[in-house]
Ligand binder design. Structure first.
Ligand code: AMP
Length: 214
C-alpha cells in the first residue's frame, strides 16, 4: 500500500503518519524530516536547503525527488509507503509517479487533511518535540505529563523547529495554496482522493484514515 498524506503545514500529517507506522509497519517518507536531518548533518543538500527552509519556501523538485528515490530503494519492495509532505508541486507528483512505476508500486490513496488555516498558526507555533525520541507535544494542547520530562522516553531536552514561527508559517501556507493544492485535481481524476476533517480529535482523524486504507 502506498499513500500520500496531503494538507497544509500543521494539518497533522506527521502525527498521523507516525501512527500508521506503529500500527501497520508502514514506512513514513517525510521529505521535511529528511531535509532537517541533512541540515543537521551539514551535507551538501542540507547546506543548500537550510536558508530556503528557514524562509518557508520550497526546496527544489530535483533534490526532494532524488531523496525520495533513494529512500524507496533503501526500504526495499515489501513495506508500504506513507508520503508525508511530498509531493508538494506538480513536477514532484509526476516524478513520484515515475519513481513508483519504476519500482512496481502503485499509488492507492491520497488523503487530504482539511483544516481551518487560522487555527493552524496556533497549532504550529506551539508545537515542540522531544530531542531524544521525537515525540510531539504542544504548549497548549499536549504538555508532557511530568513537566520537562518526555512521557515516552524520559528525555529532558526538547526542541522547536526554526520555521515554526508565525511569519514563516504564513509563507509555508501560501506555498501550499499556490503550489501543492493545485495537484489535487490530478489525483481526483484518478478517483483516489479522500478528504478528512483534520480539525477533529487526533484519534478520530486516525479512525477515518483507517477506514480509507481498510
Ligand atoms: P515539512 O516538515 O513538511 O513542513 O517541511 C519543512 C520544509 O522543508 C518546507 O517548508 C520546505 O522548505 C522543505 N520541504 C519539505 N518537503 C518538501 C518538498 N516535498 N518539496 C519542497 N520543499 C520541501
Amino acid at each position: 500500500m502506498n499513500i500520500i498524506l496531503l494538507g497544509p503545514p500543521g494539518a497533522g500529517k506527521g502525527t498521523q503518519a507516525q501512527r500508521l507506522v506503529e500500527r501497520h509497519g508502514m514506512r513514513q517518507l517525510s521529505t521535511g524530516d529528511m531535509l532537517r536531518a541533512a541540515v543537521k548533518a551539514g551535507t551538501p543538500i542540507g547546506l543548500q536547503a537550510k536558508a530556503v527552509m528557514e524562509r518557508g519556501e520550497l526546496v527544489s523538485d530535483e533534490i526532494v525527488s532524488g531523496i525520495i528515490g533513494e529512500e524507496l530503494d533503501a526500504m526495499g519492495p515489501d513495506a508500504g509507503a506513507i508520503f508525508d509532505g511530498y509531493p508538494r508541486t506538480e513536477a514532484q507528483a509526476m516524478s513520484l509517479e515515475k519513481l513508483l512505476a519504476d519500482r512496481g508500486r502503485t499509488l492507492d490513496h491520497v488523503i487530504e487533511l482539511e483544516v481551518d488555516e487560522d487555527a493552524l498558526v496556533e497549532r504550529i507555533t506551539g508545537r515542540f518535540t522531544c530531542a531524544t525520541c521525537g515525540k510531539g507535544y504542544h504548549d497548549k494542547f499536549e504538555q508532557p505529563k511530568l513537566p520537562g520530562t518526555c512521557d515516552k522516553c524520559g528525555g529532558t531536552e526538547f526542541k522547536r523547529r526554526p520555521d515554526d514561527n508565525a511569519e514563516t508559517v504564513r509563507t509555508r501556507m501560501a506555498e501550499y495554496r499556490a503550489k501543492t493544492a493545485p495537484i489535487l485535481p490530478y489525483y481526483e481524476a484518478k478517483g483516489i482522493v479522500t478528504r478528512i476533517n483534520g480539525m477533529a480529535e487526533m484519534d478520530e482523524v486516525t479512525a477515518e484514515i483507517e477506514k480509507v486504507i481498510g
